[in-house]
Design a protein around this ligand. Structure first.
Ligand code: NAI
Ligand code: MG
Length: 365
């Protein structure tokens, strides 16, 4: 069988710096675990604009559609702030998400024991936390029609429409149930069926998909406002949470911050299954291009490395390899190795991007 294929798009700012460490991790798995990928690399964002006058070349877009998974660093930076909206670096990212139809956005909130004191919540509430928020990404109130601002009499009225079709709800529900089967088999669906018709439909369709296709997964429903309270009260009660675009935007940012630094947070965006059964997929750190520290070799590569761990688990069914990689990150943190963004108030000497990569490779060995 052919090797699985990976398209790497390092992008701008610290993107190439953190991605260089991911490439070393990929090479490690090839050399030590016989896990070999066909890796190609291309430009996205400002880097692509500089080379081609567009933030995503058509050839790159076509390649992204063909590979088993895309791994992206970050895009953007002050150099591109004055560009026309149509060629801004972020447009490259949006085009990838849209044309690959990546409707299921996975945002884990995972708390490594060594960093539990970084959380704004008590250590015992977050230590060992490992939950996954699945946010519907391509529909809902950010896209529904009618929308706009118009005049009614002597005042302005702003309108957005929450709109979900049955098939849009069903496909993101399937994505959440599939994930749950690779984790602890538990899904909590969040909406506001008490006050929104789209929430009533959401609850019905999630339940129907469950009963017909995933009766083995434990499913519960919760109103999203209560969900927000429960996330900060007792987050460990959850495993997979599935919710719509708007609630997911807010709940995933809230959950992510339970665990500390932006430099630690991976993400994935998944689409429909391809012919080989793997979902269309793009993996990327949550953080941006961090222009304030770009070029200084001090960015934390862990968010990008953990994004690759997600690819191992969710695109390539290599759960054991993902565990190994996450375990190496955990060990390095437990040993007290810290990039600058992870320095506590007691100080200490931070390591740079490459040294963090070295430490993770050593832990893998
Ligand atoms: P940012 O995430 O780039 O940086 C926010 C803060 O977190 C900065 O102080 C930065 O130094 C720090 N930080 C981020 N990642 C880090 C890491 N791996 N290690 C250590 N420190 C880290 O967000 P910001 O400053 O709002 O945006 C900067 C640029 O990135 C903008 O052009 C923005 O449009 C773009 N951006 C791109 C994203 C993407 O490619 N997905 C997401 C967010 C922003
Ligand atoms: Mg947000």
């Amino acid at each position: 069988m052919a090797n699985p294929s990976l398209l790497i798009l390092p992008g701008d700012g610290i993107g190439p710096e953190v991605m260089a460490e991911v490439r070393r991790v990929i090479d490690w798995f090839g050399a030590n675990r016989g896990l070999t990928f066909d890796v190609s690399e291309d430009l996205v964002g400002g880097a692509a604009y500089d080379a081609h006058g567009t933030p995503l070349h058509d050839d790159t877009m076509a390649k992204a559609q063909e590979v088993d998974a895309v791994l992206l660093g970050a895009v953007g930076g002050p150099k591109y702030d004055d560009l026309d909206f149509s060629v801004k670096p972020e447009r490259g990212l949006l085009r990838l998400r849209k044309e690959m139809d990546l409707f299921s956005n996975l945002r884990p909130a995972q708390c490594f024991d060594a960093l539990a004191d970084f959380s704004s919540l008590k250590r015992e509430v977050v230590a060992g936390l490992d939950i996954m928020i699945v946010r519907e990404l391509t529909s809902g109130v950010y896209f529904g029609e009618p929308r706009g601002i118009h005049r009614e009499g002597n005042e302005r009225v702003g309108i957005n429409t929450q709109r979900y079709t049955e098939s849009e709800i069903a496909r993101v529900a399937r994505s959440a149930f599939d994930l749950a089967r690779k984790r602890s088999n538990k899904v909590c669906s969040m909406e506001k069926a008490n006050v929104m018709e789209s929430g009533i439909l959401w609850r019905e369709v999630v339940q129907e998909v469950h009963d017909a296709e995933y009766p083995d997964v434990a499913l519960t429903h919760m109103y999203a406002d209560n969900g927000a309270m429960q996330l900060v009260r007792a987050p460990k009660q959850f495993d997979v949470i599935v919710t719509d675009n708007l609630f997911g935007d807010v709940l995933s940012d809230c959950a992510a911050m339970l665990t500390g630094s932006l430099g630690m947070l991976p993400s994935a965006s998944l689409g429909l299954p391809m012919a080989n059964g793997r979902p269309k997929a793009m993996y990327e750190p949550v953080h941006g291009s961090a222009p304030d520290i770009a070029g200084q070799g001090k960015a934390n590569p862990i968010a990008c490395i953990l994004s690759f761990a997600m690819a191992l688990r969710y695109s390539f069914d290599e759960g054991a390899a993902a565990d190994l990689l996450e375990g190496a990150v955990e060990k390095v943190l437990a040993d007290g190795v810290r990039t600058a963004d992870l320095m506590g108030p007691d100080g200490g000497t931070p390591v740079g991007t490459t040294q963090m990569g070295d430490a993770i490779l050593a832990a893998l060995d």
